[in-house]
Design a protein around this ligand. Structure first.
Ligand code: NDP
Length: 324
């Protein structure tokens, strides 16, 4: 089968189309014949070596398709089932097929297509836990959402609005601003053109942000912190501009006894019930038209390197998918 293999860490050029054997599902695994594979920013960190993996590996950790074979002891799914997954520790997502632990597979209900299902497995579920659990939003809350036209945030803005929050969104370009408004953001700041902290203060005043959802990291976290109300929360959940340096606890006291968390999806889908609960919640909101999954672009599998170039160059919006 065709797959995108990484033999050494580095730039997008290390993503090479290769012929590799179709994996055979081990005990507790199912072989998924993929109609689509998801691209996530974490794939960049793995490709560059910021997050370490043993070499060589097949890039990617998300996909959707049909169960083609099952390993020993599998009862959760059967051949022919439509399924989606994300976060398998073994990677292998950028490929025509992947052997996935069945505890990570989610059945896709009728009324949700493979592309939308794949698109919400990692980014959508992240938006879901951020809005519902890390900082449970409610009417009256002011939420600052960085990179609002991106994969996670195009869903996060919609979920935050559905929970009644006021959303201040930041984006890199005017085109992305238009998109963020369309998703329901109340205020949109093009942070490439103006200081987002000054602009936020002009909108809601000093120390008026209840929660800052910050995936940009190095370039934004300190100003995000400065905008919080006393006992507000800074949620740093990504490093798109680089990792956040160590933070002195005293800095949190000076900022108004604020909370600082660095969450990751795996801790919000710790049980199968939690995984299925989040996935079904998202699938339901797609089916009843309350969540519009924004697929920004699709690429042939062979063009994975170009997709990474576009993602890192901040040219993309919404979800990026590879079509095997
Ligand atoms: P996005 O689609 O959001 O793409 C990244 C966006 O970040 C860019 O489009 C750009 O938007 C913005 N950005 C700001 N500065 C930079 C920079 N220096 N280089 C590149 N991009 C920059 O990606 P994802 O939705 O896949 O992921 C968003 C973030 O969330 C990532 O940091 C990812 O690691 C993290 N994440 C964390 C999870 C968790 O559980 N902790 C789970 C899933 C994702 P703009 O032009 O508008 O600034």
């Amino acid at each position: 089968m065709k797959a995108i293999r990484v033999g050494r860490t580095g730039g997008p050029e290390v993503l090479e189309l290769a012929d590799v054997p179709v994996p055979s599902p081990g005990a507790g695994e199912a072989l998924v014949r993929q109609s689509v594979a998801g691209i996530n920013y974490i794939d960049v960190y793995v490709r560059t070596g910021l997050y370490k993996r043993d070499l060589p590996f097949i890039e990617g950790r998300e996909g959707a398709g049909v169960v083609e074979a099952v390993g020993e002891g599998v009862t959760e799914v059967k051949i022919g089932d439509r399924v989606a997954y994300a976060q398998t520790p073994n990677l292998g997502g950028y490929a025509e097929a992947n052997a996935v632990p069945v505890r990570e597979l989610v059945p896709i209900p009728d009324g949700v297509d493979d592309r939308d299902a794949c698109a919400v497995m990692l980014q959508g579920m992240t938006a879901h836990y951020l809005a519902n659990d890390t900082f449970p939003l409610r009417p009256g809350h002011v939420a600052l959402v960085h990179a609002a036209a991106g994969g996670v945030c195009s869903t996060l803005v919609q979920l935050a609005k559905a929970r009644g929050a006021t959303v201040i969104a930041t984006v890199g370009t005017e085109e992305k601003a238009e998109l963020a408004r369309g998703l329901g953001a109340d205020h949109v700041i093009v942070y490439a053109n103006e200081d987002f902290a000054d602009a936020t203060r002009a909108i809601v005043g000093e120390h008026a942000v209840d929660v800052a959802y910050d995936s940009v990291g190095k370039d934004t976290w300190e100003r995000s912190l400065s905008l919080l109300r006393p006992r507000g929360m800074l949620v740093v959940y990504g490093n798109s501009s680089g990792p956040v340096p160590p933070v002195e606890p005293q800095k949190l006291a000076s900022a108004g006894s604020v909370f600082f968390t660095r969450p990751t999806l795996v801790d919000y889908i710790r049980t199968r019930d939690e995984l299925l609960g989040r996935a079904h919640d998202l699938f339901d909101t797609i089916r009843n038209g309350k969540l519009h999954v924004r697929i920004g672009a699709t690429y042939p599998l062979a063009d994975a390197a170009q997709a990474h170039r576009d993602l890192e160059a901040r040219k993309t919006t919404g979800k990026l998918l590879l079509i095997p």
